[in-house]
Write a protein that binds this ligand. Structure first.
Ligand SMILES: NC(=O)c1ccc[n+]([C@@H]2O[C@H](COP(=O)([O-])OP(=O)(O)OC[C@H]3O[C@@H](n4cnc5c(N)ncnc54)[C@H](O)[C@@H]3O)[C@@H](O)[C@H]2O)c1
Length: 428
């Protein structure tokens, strides 16, 4: 189904075309991965960062702390001011390992392509997620080990692209991890292990929450085109962020799929735009409440909110036939088995995800998280689809949806804000 209002401006199969082109060139792309580098006797990780904003800058620091032999050698961003600020901060904080040469700094919408032509062998993708499927396809085609921030797609076309590329990652022997960092956080890992080992019996239900306040926004400046304004305020435009259920809540939705060992079969939900209604907040919602149904009649309620002045709760709770696991924030189990995570200083998950990825590369056993995170991205997208449309959405409907939000061509210029999605007005 197509959801009226859900899409951004003009939509075509840009991502599918980009993927096809990327895989088409795969045969001739030079392979820059570390398996080849090992053969040459070097296992230096040469990092290229695409998207030099808050998380990208943070991830650059995290990867430097993750393992020895890591350098940041190239930067790419759509905007010069963002790249310069990140470059200066990195060089000040890590002069020996993160001073990036001018000829390895690239600005513009094609900056990622320039970066991929350099000798980087480890690429961090941290732009707004709308661009992620295109960047992932290009990074894989260039044979780069890839760390992609979450989510990896904001629409079904992007998810299909990532799922189709997951096998390509394995075939090429490159490594791929995603920024769903709970998967690398010891308290989550220990809790999930116990759930999977039967500590709460058969899993029958779950509750996931990301109820928080409003996030940042950037005041529009003179001279910014619509496209620049939307890209600088990307959170508020579905073609760039997927809406906050996809952009932010994916962490806890991913934990649902982790616990259930799979994705839901259908989603029914609601949502709206109640408080954050001013035009500068684009067209996304400020709250969602979704019920996901998994196999065996198990279900999960999942709600997220970005409204100030309300109770804050970010949590994952799982109930089974023998008890309940309060994974986040307590990391405890109550019921037939009683347990509480009691390590005083758990690992830093933002560093650990890079430690694990680099270790897998150096061991010649590359991690491949692409399919897993693509499915979690689609789970979140299903939630948006059911809320925007007012219809129950099955997994197959979501996966096969024609929805493709990225404009077929993107240039600096006018771009009207799509209308706020109105449930009940879906079109086919
Ligand atoms: N794992 C986590 O806990 C976590 C936390 C925060 C953000 N994130 C994710 O990280 C990503 C970035 O978020 P952020 O908070 O750093 O946003 P941000 O706005 O601070 O940074 C995004 C950067 O990407 C640049 N950019 C935009 N379009 C680009 C393009 N086409 N090519 C190159 N550069 C481009 C922007 O100029 C900006 O510098 C998002 O996917 C977000 O969901 C993850």
């Amino acid at each position: 189904m197509t959801t009226r209002n859900a899409a951004g401006p003009s939509r075509r199969d840009f991502i599918r075309d980009a993927t096809a082109a990327a895989v088409g060139t795969a045969a001739v792309a030079r392979f820059h991965g570390l398996v080849g580098a090992h053969a040459a006797g070097s296992d230096e990780i040469r990092v290229g960062l695409v998207g030099c904003g808050g998380r990208g800058s943070g991830a650059a620091g995290n990867v430097l702390a993750a393992a020895p032999g890591v350098r940041i050698v190239a930067l790419a961003d759509a905007f010069a001011d963002r790249l310069t600020a990140c470059r200066e901060r990195l060089a000040t904080q890590n002069p020996d390992t993160a001073t990036v040469a001018s000829d390895h700094c690239f600005v513009g919408l094609d900056a990622y392509q320039q970066l991929l032509k350099t000798d980087v062998n480890y690429v961090i993708l941290a732009t707004p997620p709308g661009f992620r499927p295109i960047h992932i396809a290009a990074s894989i085609a260039a044979g780069k080990n890839t760390f992609a921030e979450k989510p990896v797609a904001v629409d079904a076309a992007g998810v299909r692209s990532c799922i189709s590329l997951a096998d390509e990652v394995s075939k090429r022997g490159i490594a791929m991890a995603a920024g769903t960092q709970y998967r690398h956080f010891d308290p989550y890992i220990q809790s999930m292990k116990r759930i999977h080992d039967g500590a709460i019996g058969q899993l029958t239900g779950a509750r996931a929450y990301y109820n928080t306040g409003e996030l940042w926004k950037r005041d529009r400046q003179d001279g910014w085109s619509d496209v620049e304004n939307q890209m600088r305020n990307w959170l508020y435009y579905t073609w760039l962020s997927g809406d906050h259920i996809v952009e932010q809540f994916i962490h806890n939705i991913d934990a649902l799929n982790w616990a259930f060992n799979g994705h839901p079969v259908r989603a029914t939900g609601t949502g709206g735009r109640q408080v954050r209604t001013a035009p500068e907040f684009g067209h996304i919602y400020d709250h969602f409440a979704i019920v996901y149904e998994y196999d065996n009649d198990a279900f999960a309620t999942a709600m997220c909110r970005q409204q100030n002045g309300c109770e804050k709760k970010v949590a994952n709770e799982f109930t089974g036939t023998k008890g309940t696991a309060y994974v986040l924030p307590d990391y405890s189990i109550k019921g037939a088995t009683s347990w509480k995570y009691d390590v005083a200083e758990p690992n830093d998950m933002y560093v650990q995800e890079h430690t694990d990825l680099i270790a897998s590369i150096r061991a010649g056993k590359p991690l491949n998280e692409l399919k897993q995170v693509a499915e979690s991205s689609l789970t979140a997208i299903m939630g948006r689809m059911t809320a925007y449309s007012g219809q129950t959405i099955t997994w197959d409907e979501a996966l096969n949806s024609p929805e493709s939000l990225m404009p077929s061509t993107l240039t600096w210029g006018p771009m009207p804000t799509p209308p706020v999605a109105m449930p009940g007005l879906a079109t086919d």
